[in-house]
Design a protein around this ligand. Structure first.
Ligand SMILES: *Cc1c(COP(=O)(O)O)cnc(C)c1O
Length: 362
């Protein structure tokens, strides 16, 4: 491929995603006094404090909201939520693999009622369903498997609003009063490593967590009351990856220094628009999500027509443009690009040239 078509940084994965070289350099510089030191020491606890205050400021969290964190990533937070946040019954908005997975976990939990489902086919957005007798509503801010985003809105007073924000947090604006738990892993828009979960919790969520912990036996590693208590002390229940914590704190402060969520969201809208516009003007491509208003600003899924997407992805990969395949279980002939805030829109521009080059030659 002509070198002028190759992006300066070829990482377009939807998670793990591009980690800024500056963050890695800062970690390397801090390493001698930080990596390999106690996670109960002042060094690590100071980083956890930076994460908690940084997220509170990035989101403008109202009084009484808290930032909790623990080991295991979003998948483990789902398990924890089946103990500490869902009292009896939940309603799940399902429109792809990740929202489906949480609903499946809840359906399999013997201590919870069969969940209600508001579903929509992949590539579209579910319509509003009244929560009925659900005590928790599970939303997904951005369905990473398909590239559909859903506004975070509180249906009515009553049920807790639990939002999977794994590929939205750090890249999309949200009103904190509209959610009770806004949870994510840091290896997507926060350009860090996996293995950690974070949750922004409203006073109602904190109250529910306390009540469920008193009432329901919960394995300690999944107990959100324990996680919250540890978080307040700048710790996690068991040993975290110190590198992940460092990269996350660095990224939060980098976002804040550039203008916070507003800036990040605008940058992602710019990058994603470059790809959607490319797909609309390219005869052998089309945005996978039909409704322009539903298209994700962070994860762009593109259908190819008359050209094999896995082959395109493999050729891009051989030229250093990485992780562009469609989501593994969604089928179809698609490419998928993570355009989180760490991705430079100029590189997305170059990427469209690379796509034209490959597609024209197949
Ligand atoms: C990546 C992702 C997950 C899974 O995150 P893990 O850290 O691998 O557990 C869950 N939900 C969404 C929306 C995701 O994008």
């Amino acid at each position: 491929m002509p070198p002028e078509l190759v992006p300066a940084d070829g990482r377009f994965g939807s998670g793990p995603s591009l980690i800024r070289p500056g963050a890695v350099a800062a970690l390397a510089a801090a390493a001698p006094g930080y990596l390999g030191t106690s996670h109960r020491g002042e060094g690590a606890r100071g980083v956890v404090r930076r994460i908690r205050t940084g997220l509170a400021s990035l989101y403008g969290l109202p009084d009484g909201y808290e930032v909790a964190l623990g080991n295991g990533g979003t998948s483990v937070f789902w398990d924890a939520a089946t103990f500490g946040l869902i009292e009896e019954k939940s309603l799940h908005y399902v429109c792809g693999a990740f929202s489906q997975r949480f609903a499946d976990l809840v359906a399999a939990a013997p201590h919870l009622a069969e969940p209600a489902i508001a579903g929509a086919p992949p590539g579209s957005r579910p319509g509003f369903v009244p929560p009925g007798d659900a005590d928790a509503v599970a939303l997904i801010h951005n369905e990473t498997s398909t590239g559909v985003w859903i506004p975070v809105a509180r249906p009515e007073k009553g049920p807790l609003v639990l939002v999977d924000a794994t590929s939205a947090a750090g890249a999309m604006e949200v009103d904190p009063t509209a959610f009770d738990a806004y949870y994510f892993s840091p290896q997507k828009a926060f350009g860090s490593e996996g293995g950690l979960w974070l949750a922004l919790l409203s006073p109602a969520a904190v109250e529910r967590i306390g009540r469920m912990a008193a009432r329901r036996w919960t394995p300690a590693s999944l107990d959100l009351a324990v996680a919250l208590e540890e978080s307040r002390r700048g710790q996690t229940l068991n040993t975290p990856a110190l590198a992940t914590l460092f990269l996350l704190a660095d990224q939060i402060e980098w976002l804040l220094a550039h203008g916070g969520l507003l800036w990040a969201a605008e940058r992602c809208r710019t990058s994603s628009a470059i790809l959607y516009e490319w797909a609309e003007r390219t005869p052998r491509a089309a945005p996978f999500v039909a409704d322009p208003g539903h298209r994700s600003p962070t994860v762009v899924t593109i259908d190819l027509v008359g050209v094999d997407a896995p082959t395109v992805s493999a050729v891009l990969g051989a030229n250093g443009i990485l992780d562009t395949g469609g989501y593994r279980t969604m089928g179809g002939n698609t490419l998928r690009f993570g355009v989180f805030p760490n991705v430079d829109p100029a590189d997305v521009e170059r990427l469209t040239g690379a796509l034209d080059y490959v597609i024209d030659r197949l």
